[in-house]
Design a protein around this ligand. Structure first.
Ligand code: 13P
Ligand code: SF4
Length: 365
């Protein structure tokens, strides 16, 4: 007899301890049928169950190499989409809470990017002049747009390498949706700031003049991550005054001024690696999401390293935070009972074009 899908209501009120027991039991029943991937920002009470962890680039590679039938993604929606796009036909990508989105990814959509492309075409031949580059923090249809128009995907750990590839194809880049990662990448490549223009998707011609579009080498979509905009140059200044020997490291989604005033800038994986490999007894100020910083601080404490969070306020990826023990227990119990819940399934045509853009990235980086 077929069993029914277990409703989430029954888990919503469950105490965390009960959830942990049920997660462990369901995990044991699933065995190699499931693999759990966890992004560095995932909350500790869920992160502990991840079989594989990493930043967006590492996780997209791991997702493409996984063999388990169920790829349970403890991250956000675009990450599970990448897992689905890169997976084999027998595999299913699962996101324990469908509301775990990325507010930055939502700042660009296909209608707006297509309008931008049409408007650019009125000024110059966009297809000949611009390589579209989308940050991996974007919906699958935007990756498909890049696949279709000779473009590529990048992550925060390979953005400069990808931009070099993009410039080798065509003289200009249209970069979306994170203006900050785009600007920092351009800056590290030596592109003058006045050759990087912000494209505001809500204004005609992005709010730019025809001359500005001709001059721009890098067009930066007006998008950002609200979590990383909380870090301010004043936080760095205060830390440096108090700890002149301290070191500062920031994620490239932070503002240009924060990146400029940091000693190191890099992806979440780069931040973890840099601090783990640093000399004992060093002191660090870190500008990225709180869950990662707290975990890292604990891990390096035995070596006498002190890790400070850059902001005095709590900056968490509140959407990733939605993947809690309740949702994980509910998901795994259903999977263990043979019921697939919260599958992320990108339509075939879109997935094919998006895969093209992702495979270009994996080949280049
Ligand atoms: P990483 O590429 O460092 O994993 O960053 C992803 C992300 O969403 C940062 O906000
Ligand atoms: Fe998106 Fe920002 Fe969360 Fe990263 S931290 S997943 S960019 S909302």
């Amino acid at each position: 007899m077929q069993t029914a899908t277990i409703a989430f209501d029954r888990f919503n009120q469950l105490h965390d301890d009960a959830c942990h027991e049920r997660i462990r039991a369901a995990r044991a029943r699933l065995g190699e049928q499931a693999v759990l991937l966890g992004h560095h920002y995932q909350r500790a009470d869920v992160y502990q169950y991840a079989d594989l962890t990493g930043d967006s680039l590492k996780l997209s590679r791991l997702a493409s190499q996984a063999d388990a039938e169920y790829i349970v993604f403890c991250g956000v929606h675009f990450m599970a989409e990448v897992a689905d796009i890169m997976s084999k036909p027998h595999q299913k990508a699962i996101l324990p809470d469908l509301a775990a989105g990325c507010s930055m990814a939502d700042m660009a959509n296909l209608a707006k990017v297509e309008r931008c492309w049409r408007e650019l075409n009125e000024v110059l031949d966009a297809e000949e002049v611009f390589t579209p580059v989308t940050y991996i923090n974007s919906a699958a249809d935007l990756k498909a747009f890049c696949g279709e128009h000779g473009g590529i995907v990048c992550t925060s750990s390979n953005a400069a390498t990808i931009a070099e590839w993009a410039f080798a194809q065509r003289p200009k880049i249209l970069f979306f949706p994170d203006q900050h990662l785009g600007r920092w990448t351009g800056y590290t490549m030596g592109i003058p700031l006045d050759e990087m223009m912000v494209w505001d998707p809500d204004l005609e011609l992005g709010g730019l003049t025809v001359e500005q579009i001709h001059k721009a080498r890098l067009l930066l979509w007006k998008g950002h991550c609200s979590v990383h905009q909380m870090f301010q140059p004043a936080h760095i200044l205060k830390f440096r005054n108090q700890h002149p020997d301290g070191l500062v490291i920031a994620h490239p989604e932070c503002s240009f001024e924060v990146c400029k005033q940091s000693d190191y800038v890099g992806s979440t994986e780069h931040i973890v690696k840099t601090i783990k490999e640093a000399a004992p007894n060093t002191r660090w100020l870190v500008g990225t999401e709180l869950n990662l910083v707290n975990r890292l601080a604990e891990e390096v404490k035995p070596e006498g390293k002190i890790v400070h969070f850059m902001s005095p306020t709590v900056c968490m990826c509140s959407t990733m935070q939605r993947i809690d023990p309740q949702h994980l227990a509910w998901t795994l119990e259903n999977l263990a009972a043979g019921k697939v819940v919260n599958q992320i399934s990108v339509p075939q045509h879109e997935a094919g074009l998006a895969r093209l853009a992702l495979e270009r990235m994996l080949a280049v980086s």
